[in-house]
Design a binder for this molecule. Structure first.
Ligand code: ADP
Ligand code: MG
Length: 453
């Protein structure tokens, strides 16, 4: 193919890119489509050059239909589209993106609208959709299209750091983007409860209720905290009914499905379950990789794909950790440290130590005991009663994982048990977590409470 022909082709490719740009979000476009071009046309085949293998796989997997659709507009007879990695220095997207980010991020990231409580940084466009969250995302999109109609209420549940808050706030932001006259309010459950308590204290409960009357969209995050909060449950129940009857959209999130929220009124539980209940699970490897790319592009930074793959391999639990480790890697990289496997291991170790260093054994004991509503002494005494066995094993497991205690040290704490007993317990929980999703979630919740609560 002559150079002229190639030039012509790429002019058209630019046009194709322009129309693709209109259909995807800005970060998506910048992450996946910038630095691509047509390298060849061979009969019914078009070959697109991309900057890395990673981009190639992702385009093939997620955007092939979109690309095909647009290519067909210009080349009706093209049947196949192929991608090749073009070996030229990758231009970091950061150069294009950095300016915009720097000027906006400082303002935006901490910008929480006092009326809606929404933080503008949470958008659909910077939410990576993978198999772990696609249902929740589709529901969220549905709500933005037709609030109050299809999925009402929407109840999203999942472990910590998996994107619930991001998705819920994004629903609010996207709705306002479409129609800024709608009345949207986002509240964490804690905030709902503490405001209620204040209004009650000042004997202004009617005023409290009034605050919700005119809402079109009510979003309440982390409703598992309603457990045992009888008054808050009652008020929420009435607010819910009031809004629901008027066709207003309501969205909830929780760290567990409604059936597993303890000490909550049945009638409220059935409201939670009355619309669509969807979960978000931990992201798979590919999604983790894509999230890393997204976070990098938001920060206007660049790291080679090999490093990103390493991080995505190692950090599997949740997105918050993924971000935390990425930030640490960026600090190392900015000091001109060569990032390799060994350095990454060191960074991970540091990250977990920093995150977990405040965890004392007594804190773990406290939280496990109150979570299972067991008197601490039964966890420590050598009773063999069945209902204490599992919590005690989990306690040992957490002492090992979070407080880094040795098996003998744990044995000593838990009523002078032999270290092999402790080892057995820790191994058992470790194995069970992999087989039993409910247990995994329970332990996840406990860890979150211990680390952040
Ligand atoms: P949760 O509320 O479930 O504990 P968050 O919504 O606070 O989790 O998410 C933790 C961090 O991870 C946030 O910075 C969020 O932007 C990010 N995050 C989570 N899921 C995604 C995703 N799918 N795409 C992009 N960022 C994500
Ligand atoms: Mg959250």
């Amino acid at each position: 193919m002559s150079e002229m022909e190639l030039k012509e082709l790429n002019k058209i490719w630019q046009e194709i890119l322009n129309s693709i740009e209109l259909e995807v979000s800005k970060p998506t476009f910048k992450t996946w489509f910038v630095n691509t071009n047509i390298v060849e046309r061979r009969g019914e085949k078009i070959i697109i050059g991309v900057p890395s293998n990673f981009v190639k796989e992702w385009l093939k997997k997620k955007f092939l239909n979109l690309i095909t659709k647009h290519i067909k507009k210009f080349f009706q007879d093209v049947k196949t589209i192929d991608f090749v990695v073009v070996n030229k220095p990758i231009i970091s997207i950061s150069h294009i993106y950095k300016k915009e980010i720097q000027s906006s991020s400082k303002l935006e990231i901490f910008q929480i609208d006092p009326k809606t409580n929404l933080n503008k940084k949470y958008r659909f466009s910077n939410f990576v959709v993978g198999s772990n969250n696609e249902l929740a995302f589709a529901a969220a999109e549905g709500i933005v299209k037709n609030p109050g109609e299809k999925y009402n209420p929407l109840f999203v549940y999942g472990g910590v750091g998996l994107g619930k808050t991001h998705l819920l706030q994004a629903i609010g932001n996207e709705i306002l983007e479409k129609n800024k006259n709608l009345n949207v309010k986002y509240l964490t459950c804690d905030r709902f409860i503490s405001e209620l308590v204040n209004y009650i204290k000042n004997q202004q409960i009617e005023e409290f209720k009034l605050k919700f009357k005119d809402l079109d969209i009510l979003i309440i995050d982390d409703v598992h905290f309603l457990s045992q909060k009888d008054r808050a449950q009652t008020e929420l129940f009435h607010i819910f009914n009031f809004l629901y009857d008027r066709g207003k959209q309501i969205v909830f999130s929780s760290d567990r499905p409604p059936v597993l929220i303890n000490d909550i009124e049945e009638r409220l539980r059935s409201r939670f379950e009355g619309g669509l209940v969807v979960d978000i699970t931990p992201p798979d490897y590919e999604t983790r990789l894509a999230i890393l790319k997204m976070k990098l592009s938001e920060k206007g930074e660049y790291l080679p794909d090999e490093i990103l793959s390493l991080i995505a391999e190692k950090v599997q639990k949740n997105v918050r950790e993924l971000e935390g480790v990425l930030n640490k890697v960026l600090i190392y990289a900015s000091k001109k440290q060569q990032i390799n496997k060994e350095i990454l291991d060191k960074i991970l170790k540091e990250y977990y130590q920093d995150t977990y260093k405040l965890v004392s054994p007594s804190r773990i004991l406290n939280i496990v005991a109150s979570f299972y509503e067991i008197n601490q002494k039964y966890l420590l005494e050598p009773t063999r009663k069945k209902e204490y066995v599992k919590p005690r094993q989990i306690l040992m497991y957490l002492l090992r994982e979070l407080a880094n205690l040795s098996y003998p040290a744990i044995g000593e704490k838990i009523g002078g048990r032999d270290h092999t007993t402790v080892m057995y317990a820790c191994e058992k929980i470790k194995k069970d977590i992999q087989r039993n999703e409910d247990l995994a979630r329970e332990v996840e919740i406990l860890k979150e409470k211990i680390l952040n609560g």
